[in-house]
Design a binder for this molecule. Structure first.
Ligand code: RIB
Ligand code: CA
Length: 325
């Protein structure tokens, strides 16, 4: 009860957030959703990390979304080009060579900031009042983990972390037991899940229930503005891989679950659990061991989201995309 009251109080005030991402079409839609919600969200900056595609494409793609959103003033930062320990793995087979196949690639008008993403995260947390900034990672957790390691005093200053990553009942989407974001940088994920700050985790268990069906994409396209058309075109391309793999109508719209939770947490259900990350076994590397039934003595370190109102989620996304005129 207390947590839901706290969540409601948190959500009632305008929230200062930093989105750390690896666009990727779903990251891109998450950025458009966040920038379409200025009354509730103060997006202080966008940091990018290598993941779906190499870093140079991720930062370009984030800047392109700022162009589409009419937010050429949005500070965008490039971060880590590779994971902390392992070699970089990317996912062009899902997202296409550009990372956001489905939209025309042009040189963005939105500039790239000189400061490194890790330093932006550190500086912003040190400059702002403690407990006032939410981190929203939707890619590998390399930038966030390195910020915590480089400047440990920022950890206590983080209000909360709302991330997309991990899986429990769904198994893995990269390996039989690991979700992509965690698999790319399991060591970074271990650091973040071990940091002690409030974490809300959107794993595959919930993101696989919010499918971008043909009907939903058609309704998005009917909105008719640039942002909605770009969203529909990106999802048209992006959903084909998972649609073929899982035999579903549409693919999971992973990353926008994070901003949607910030906007309307009542669309989701979760449970406080311990989440631990496998960093030893090569067979299960990157697995998120979610102690959903409290069978260990490991303390809960995350609010594990397992259920979503998919219709409500897409209703929210459609409503917000009308923001762009
Ligand atoms: O496993 C899904 C996650 O990996 C999403 O964040 C997608 O963008 C990719 O980064
Ligand atoms: Ca992502």
């Amino acid at each position: 009860m207390l947590r839901s009251w706290v969540n409601r109080k948190l959500q009632m005030n305008r929230q200062s957030i930093i989105i750390d991402c690896d666009p990727g079409q779903d990251d891109a839609v998450n950025l458009l959703l966040a920038m379409a919600s200025p009354d509730e969200l103060d997006l202080l900056g966008i940091t990018t990390v290598a993941g779906n595609v190499p870093l140079n494409l991720c930062q370009r793609n984030a800047r392109l979304m700022c162009d589409i959103a009419g937010r050429e003033d949005m500070p965008v930062y490039a971060g880590c080009v590779r994971p902390m320990v392992r070699k970089l793995i990317t996912a062009e087979y899902v997202h296409g060579k550009t990372g956001i196949d489905g939209v025309e690639i042009v040189e963005p008008r939105t500039p790239l900031q000189d400061e490194h993403a890790v330093d932006f995260i550190i500086d912003t947390l040190l400059e702002r009042d403690p407990g006032t900034i939410t981190l929203v990672p939707t890619g590998p957790l390399t930038n966030v983990a390195l910020a915590m390691i480089k400047e440990p005093t920022i950890v206590e200053r983080i209000q909360q972390i709302v991330l997309m990553g991990g899986a429990m009942r769904e198994g893995g989407n990269y390996s039989p037991s690991a979700e992509f974001n965690i698999m790319v940088d399991p060591h970074a994920a271990h650091v973040v899940f071990d940091c002690g700050r409030p974490i809300t985790a959107m794993g595959l268990d919930v993101t696989h229930t919010v499918l971008s069906t043909q009907a939903r994409i058609a309704r998005l396209r009917d909105i008719g503005n640039d942002a909605a058309t770009a969203t529909a075109n990106m999802l048209d391309f992006y959903q084909r891989y998972d649609q073929l793999k899982y035999g579903t109508d549409g693919g999971p719209l992973h990353d926008p679950c994070t901003v949607a939770w910030l906007l309307q947490p009542e669309l989701f259900e979760g449970k406080d659990c311990n989440v631990a990350v496998e960093i030893s076994s090569e067979l299960t590397m990157g697995n998120t061991a979610v102690d959903f039934w409290d069978v260990t003595d490991r303390p809960a370190n995350a609010h594990w989201i397992h259920t979503a109102d998919a219709d409500g989620f897409y209703q929210l996304l459609m409503e917000r995309l009308h923001h762009y005129g």
